[in-house]
Design a protein around this ligand. Structure first.
Ligand code: AMP
Ligand code: MG
Length: 343
């Protein structure tokens, strides 16, 4: 399929009534999680779809509130306790997420590190408004780095959490959207909806098929408004992208973005975007962030240890690196003819 056909397909998906057979596609758009969440389901009655979508909306709002790193909520309370060296009660959901993120931290060799909330705040990315610079001083970054905040500093027992390292602050932004999409899909599935796409601002999970074909997904150009490639997904698959274009500011001609390399304390260099396909969104989301940090040439080892075999990276020169299994999954538009290295 060429690029204009993909763009058309994306538009058709977004516009109820323009589908080939509109009666067979139900669509809903939610504004939640700081983004647009588009849900399209194939061959399902509108009553059942509407019920499921209302449940999804409530659940996503709850997750957003509980896991927000700087708005008042459960995670903020935990962070306040950790900062003052106290223990904090944990509900089973957050306990499960912390355990999961600790596993992902280990598998990623520490590159996916939700314990660096203090660094992310220092860079100004824990704010509803984008920072405009200047970047933090090297000394301020070094103080945090020298304390080595890591997920393994956290101790969970008897339904409580504490940290031996007061520099640990949790920021689950690297995989919260993935968790939310997984939860949305479970709710949809529990309503018997088995052919559906849940798309949260370009990061998504699909179940089943769009009628006789797979779901068509556009991959954004990290330096433009358009789509540079398409991926077909079906069955049960998540497609998540991390990019340096999502939250960033330019200061003195240099781009500072929101994905921080826990080794340097600075925004990760080397990649413009990383797209990962995996079954679960939470894993795809965490892996996209970790592989972005790993950078060109270094991501294959981390991908292997995270159990990920479908990866595409666009580097700072616009060249593409991808895993062998990704080659057949990605279709570039006619205008985009990148140099491609396959690992
Ligand atoms: P994503 O867009 O999924 O790559 O997530 C980026 C968000 O994850 C940032 O806004 C931070 O909240 C958080 N984050 C930044 N750097 C890291 C990192 N190295 N490990 C885990 N989370 C991170
Ligand atoms: Mg992520």
């Amino acid at each position: 399929m060429n690029l204009s056909a993909v763009l058309l397909a994306v538009l058709l998906l977004a516009l109820p009534g323009c589908e080939n057979d509109p009666a067979r596609v139900q669509t809903a758009r939610l504004v939640v999680f700081g983004t647009l969440v588009d849900i399209s389901a194939w061959d399902i009655g509108s009553e059942r779809f509407d019920q499921a979508v209302s449940e999804v909306e409530l659940r996503l709002r709850q997750i957003h509130e509980d896991l927000h790193a700087w708005h008042p909520g459960r995670l903020k309370e935990i962070n306040q306790a950790l900062a003052s060296g106290e223990s904090s009660p944990l509900n089973p959901e957050i306990e499960g997420l912390i355990a999961k993120s600790t596993r992902l931290f280990r598998q990623s060799g520490g590159l996916f590190n939700p314990a660096i909330g203090r660094l992310i705040a220092e860079w100004g990315f824990q704010s509803d408004n984008l920072p405009s610079g200047p970047p933090p001083s090297g000394a301020a970054v070094k103080v945090i780095l020298d304390a080595h905040p890591e997920m393994t500093d956290l101790h969970l027992s008897g339904g409580r959490i504490e940290s031996l390292n007061p520099e640990v602050q949790l920021d689950l932004g690297g995989f919260a959207k993935g968790y939310a999409v997984d939860e949305a899909i479970e709710i949809l599935r529990s309503h018997g909806i088995i052919n559906v796409i849940c798309n949260a601002g370009g990061d998504l999970r699909v179940l089943g098929r769009h009628g006789k074909r797979a779901w068509h997904i556009g991959i954004r150009d990290p330096r433009g408004a358009g789509v540079i490639a398409s991926i077909d997904a079906e069955g049960d698959q998540s497609v998540f992208t991390s990019g340096d274009y999502e939250r960033y500011y330019i200061y003195d001609g240099k781009r500072y973005h929101h994905i921080i390399d826990p080794r340097s304390g600075y925004p990760a260099t080397g990649a413009r975007s990383v797209t990962v396909i995996a079954t679960r969104s939470i894993v795809a989301d965490a892996a996209a962030t970790a592989l972005f940090v790993a950078g060109p040439g270094n991501w294959p080892d981390i991908a292997r240890s995270m159990g990920i075999d479908l990866v595409m990276m666009i580097d700072q020169d616009g060249a593409v690196e991808m895993s062998q299994n990704m080659v057949d999954r990605v279709h570039f538009g006619n205008e985009f003819k990148p140099a491609v290295t396959v690992y």
